[in-house]
Write a protein that binds this ligand. Sequence first.
Ligand SMILES: [Fe+2]
Ligand SMILES: [Fe+2]
Length: 371
Amino acid sequence: MPKTAMPIKESEEKIDNLESQILDAPTKHERMPSPEELLLNVEDAPKITDKLNLFPFDWRVETPRLMEIYENSRDPGWSPSQLPWETLNVEGMTQDQRYAIAYWWALLSVFDASGPAVFARAMIHAYEVHEEDAIRKCFFSVTRDEMNHEEVCGKAINKLTPNGPLGYEPTTELGKLARNNIEWLYHNGARYWNGYKKAVEHYPMPILFSSFLFGEVASSTLFHSMYESTDIPVFKEAFKNIGRDEGRHLSFCLALLKEVLPKMSEEDRDTVTKQFRAGFIFLSGILYEPPEEFWQLPPTFLPAQRLLEEKAREAGFGILTLEKRKENWRTAVVRLKTIVEPYGVKFPALPEIDVDGETVAFDADKIVPIF
Ligand SMILES: [Fe+2]
Ligand SMILES: [Fe+2]
């Protein structure tokens, strides 16, 4: 017997004491309710009249391939905080080189750092319109990845320009030009977001996915080229990982479009053609150079950006030259063209990069594509 045990008599007295204090549990009923009786008095629940409601939803899977890709995405295999940031030799760079590289990350942020909110919005919409579980999950997974990409943008900018992109005072002429450009970029980013919010509720999923496809073709192309041409180890590693994620997003889009494109109406196909043109105009802001049809920019913007790009290259940061960017963008777009044309989707003319096709109108208010 353990030394601390109570003598038997004392413990019996304690139990008696406790018994006298017992209260009936509140769930003890005289009799249980009868289901038949209850059913007689059942009232109908108010009808859900709101088209965009979250309930009820189910867990049906119509596109099993999406679920497979989702399973593979659970562990992206990397984390922004685990990248070798300690190898980034900020001290070894001139002030202008720092501004220039941070500038590129700020430019990327317009596309990639808006990713979490953009895809979260798409995910909520997928719930509202009762899309299959696989689509909801795929948006969740992309949102998660985009959060990592956003984190890399933030880390890179803050290592090079603490409190950047806007919370510091640039001390050189090039730094001041970069600051002004970033403010203009964010002005356009805000316009994009306003258009996107409307568009996401306006278009059916197949059209949204076609637009996302363009974004993913663009992003996987961009990060692949940045990976190949960058000599700074931490950024090279980041580009490799982000590029892999973007490739997975591309697979999501392709898996769904393979199912929905053959069933798409003629009218929807025409909308996709228009959206491709819109996507090209928006995404050219980083893949090539920003076309005036969407981008509201001052006359100093492009010359300043060219100077900044040159400076970043000088520090080993692999922004492609304009000519190479054009070639790269063209290759990506032609790849997209060969994916969708067999399904009867006409491709828009993109004279900026010498791609023939349909001439279509551009609506700046309804831009969907994103990284
Ligand atoms: Fe991304
Ligand atoms: Fe993506």
